[in-house]
Design a protein around this ligand. Structure first.
Ligand code: UDP
Length: 140
């Protein structure tokens, strides 16, 4: 299996409850290395562009309001099969449907405030990483 990188966000509901360390431990315990990380307050424009694929969805405005409601931690995670592995560690979008032991099952507050984002494909991972990080900020 190839070593790959994925993009992750620890969302405002999780930073507010001081869960950054607990969530990072989940990644590290499962073999993902945090090779870049910074805490930022996303602008409305950044959130709207980042979630642009969901622009026509009914939840788009509320989602952008939520994502700009407090600090987020943007990250690059590296490891074998990192994109799929992170999606497993995260669990289903709706915490009610997430498997036991996943981040969203254990920490998410709702389908919107679901604690983490993770890229859904290697192609999107590359786009999302480049949106938030310069190459020099990623140290593998
Ligand atoms: N979301 C929401 N309502 C929904 C579906 C999604 O608020 O009915 C939010 C939720 O925060 C989710 C994000 O929109 O993580 C992006 O949705 P997507 O379907 O891409 O889910 P993900 O890839 O994050 O699991």
């Amino acid at each position: 299996m190839a070593v790959e990188r994925t993009f992750s966000i620890i969302k405002p509901d999780a930073t507010r409850r001081n869960l950054t360390g607990k969530i990072n431990a989940r990644f590290e315990e499962k073999g993902l290395r945090i090779v870049a990380q910074k805490r930022i307050h996303m602008s409305r424009a950044q959130a709207e562009q980042f979630y642009g694929v969901h622009k026509a969805r009914p939840f788009f405005n509320d989602l952008c309001t939520f994502m700009t409601s407090g600090p987020v931690v943007v990250q690059v995670l590296e490891g074998e099969n990192a994109v799929a592995k992170n999606r497993e560690i995260m669990g289903a979008t709706n915490p009610a449907n997430a498997d036991a032991g996943t981040i969203r099952k254990d920490f998410a507050e709702s389908i919107e405030a679901n604690s983490v984002h993770g890229s859904d494909s290697p192609e999107n991972a590359a786009i999302e990483i480049a949106y938030f990080f310069a190459g020099s900020e990623i140290v593998g």
